[in-house]
Design a protein around this ligand. Structure first.
Ligand SMILES: Nc1ncnc2c1ncn2[C@@H]1O[C@H](COP(=O)(O)OP(=O)(O)OP(=O)(O)O)[C@@H](O)[C@H]1O
Length: 596
């Protein structure tokens, strides 16, 4: 990454900041690996018990995000809650009460995720003084990296880390202590960072990494940290009084005052613009240290007791809204990428499109050839003919579910890996899979149902006719996903789905009338999406033609339906779709099949 320094200067247009590039650290430009995780936090609050059952709130209402590949400085006056905030995010608080939502790459911070994906550098170096730098890292690697990993692989990782941290030259030097001199303070700090990096974390928290270091050594340490951000790691670090050079390495600033968030945004010009406009801060002068300038402004506000109004001003600010918009945009980002890279690619692949398209077209062609113009014949003899046509209109889309099972089964390992990598949330994957199948099918089913509806001269609303068929198809898709997600494999999912489909079709009221069904099968009618789909189509066809009779009964009464209920039936079909989708989400998020 190009080493950068924030420079404040005044030109003819007034005050501005620029980022100057000097030397390079680790990564050549453009080689940034997208390996960090987006850390989102919403309304995070932490309190500890106080006297007489009261609560002492240390931080409250903190909402925002840390981006991958970016360095965020967590700043604020002493006691403002910086360390507490990092501890809460990193899951290091074992007492007190915590509220709000924290997500790592969209996933809740389980112990295993935090252990796997995060590293935490404590403020004070905690090293074993009798070991050398290399031994200290190897010792930590033995404890933190998988036991199955060979010692040679661990040694290789340690050597790589020593190089990355600029510690190769003192790899064999003893760490030492105050009585027995060993490595320098800067080397000890970098070694401390190495301990957090031994598991190759995707998010690195650092608490005061420069405290106790002279400015040269502090800059050196922070250059190493900036190199990690350049590699794509998400970095959040509390820092007290950074030098101008150090501050210039930060991309973003999160400022706390009295446990409340008073600013989250760009560390340079954005912050200057915000504080001069919102907090009536004096203009920074040439040569001012920006970090000190900002802390001066908010510390004074804190002493005046106006920390609450600064927090309120931030919550009303454009900056806050922009952060919220960005959080929403980031949560939709993975869905956009999935649709762009996978759905669009699928739609350009004949092997994906043709079977789906041909199946619908051929089916419509068969129906047209069998039922052409029969929709206006309301005679008793034609009722079974039309009823079976409408039954076929729901049988085909629900049974298309069978087609989706293999793809879901084959993708399981991919989904588990991508989800564990924090690329997306279960709900994002589910939305992607449903849209993948249903987007293309909307125009296709609109065309094929129009052909059947108008060529067969069916009655009622075409819109309802199409929506019922499309919603039934959506049900078939969601049902297939649900059964595939709860089954250990296709060998189980296939017979399970075929059983559910057979029961749904047999008990929908067409093959055996609901009125003559044994009472213990009534659940299979009520909890049966095909019953409502077929019912909607039957009502649509016959509600305007009360003269259609089977024996002494009106055809709708004969099958147990009532005129005027068609849209309500459609609503139930849509409800079933959301029900299956919700169950699939539960399975994708929590079922054992998707854990490892
Ligand atoms: N376990 C605890 N018990 C009592 N008070 C606590 C506890 N943890 C934090 N606090 C209080 O919460 C406030 C914030 O502490 P924290 O260490 O997070 O602040 P900080 O901004 O990191 O401070 P500094 O910059 O001085 O390190 C302080 O007033 C501290 O005394």
């Amino acid at each position: 990454m190009a080493e950068s320094q924030l420079v404040v200067h005044i030109d003819a247009n007034g005050l501005s900041c620029s980022t100057s590039s000097s030397s390079t650290i680790d990564s050549p430009a453009g080689s940034k690996r997208n390996r960090g995780l987006l850390v989102c936090f919403q309304d995070v609050a932490y309190s500890i018990p106080a006297k007489a059952g009261a609560k002492h709130t240390i931080i409250t209402g903190i909402t925002g995000y840390f981006e991958a590949g970016k360095m965020t400085a967590v700043m604020g006056p002493s006691g403002s809650g910086k360390t507490t905030f990092l501890d809460v995010l990193a899951g290091r608080k074992s007492s007190g009460s915590l509220s709000g939502t924290i997500r790592y790459g969209g996933l809740p911070p389980s112990r295993s995720l935090l252990r796997r994906a995060t590293g935490y550098v404590e403020q004070f170096d905690t090293l074993v003084d009798c070991l050398s730098c290399q031994e200290m890292l190897l010792y930590t690697a033995q404890l933190k990296r998988p036991r199955s990993e060979s010692i040679a692989a661990k040694q290789a990782a340690v050597s790589q880390l020593l190089g990355k941290l600029g510690l190769a030259g003192c790899a064999s030097s003893p760490i030492g202590n105050t009585l027995k001199r060993g490595i320098s303070g800067g080397q000890a700090k970098r070694l401390n960072i190495g301990i957090a990096l031994i598991t190759d974390p995707r998010v690195l928290f650092l608490d005061e990494p420069t405290s106790g270091l002279d400015s040269f050594t502090a800059n050196e340490v922070m250059r190493v940290v900036a190199g990690l951000a350049a590699d794509g790691t998400t970095i959040a670090t509390t820092i007290h009084s950074p030098s101008s050079y150090c501050y210039g390495l930060f991309d973003r600033l999160l400022l706390l005052l009295g446990g409340k968030l008073v600013y989250l945004g760009g560390a340079g010009e954005d912050a200057i613009a915000y504080f001069t406009a919102t907090c009536s801060a004096r203009q920074p002068q040439v040569g001012d240290n920006l970090a000190e300038w900002m802390l001066e402004a908010v510390t004074q506000a804190g002493r005046d007791g106006s920390d609450g109004s600064l927090a309120q001003a931030y919550h009303k600010s454009q900056q806050y809204r922009a952060n919220l918009d960005q959080m929403i945009a980031l949560s939709w980002w993975s869905l956009k990428v999935l649709l762009q890279y996978r759905t669009l690619r699928n739609y350009r692949t004949p092997m994906y499109v043709l079977p789906r398209l041909l199946e619908k077209l051929l089916f419509a062609a068969v129906l047209l050839s069998l039922y052409w113009g029969k929709g206006t014949d309301f005679s008793t003899l034609n009722i079974p003919v039309l009823s079976s046509l409408l039954f076929l209109m729901v049988l085909a889309p629900i049974c298309a579910a069978m087609m989706y099972l293999p793809s879901i089964g084959m993708e399981r390992a991919l989904y588990v890996r991508e989800r564990n990598d924090g690329l997306y949330r279960p709900v994002t994957y589910l939305l992607f899979k449903l849209l993948d199948e249903l987007l293309m099918m909307a125009p296709v089913t609109a065309g094929t149902t129009a052909a059947v509806f108008f060529a067969c001269k069916l009655q009622g609303s075409y819109l309802l006719f199409w929506l019922v068929q499309y919603a039934t198809l959506a049900n078939g898709t969601a049902l297939a996903y649900f059964l595939a997600s709860i089954s250990p494999g296709l060998m189980v999912a296939m017979p399970l789905l075929s059983f559910v489909l057979i029961v749904s079709l047999v008990c929908c009221g067409f093959m055996i009338r609901v009125a003559v069904m044994p009472v213990y099968w009534s659940w299979a009618v009520k909890a049966n999406v095909v019953h409502y789909s077929w019912g909607a189509l039957m009502i649509n066809q016959y509600e305007g033609h009360k003269q259609s009779r089977l024996g002494s009964m009106n055809v709708l009464s004969y099958f147990g339906f009532a005129a005027g209920d068609a849209w309500m039936h459609l609503a139930l079909v849509v409800g079933f779709f959301f029900g299956w989708s919700f169950l699939t989400w539960l399975a994708l998020a929590y079922a054992r099949n998707y854990k490892r």
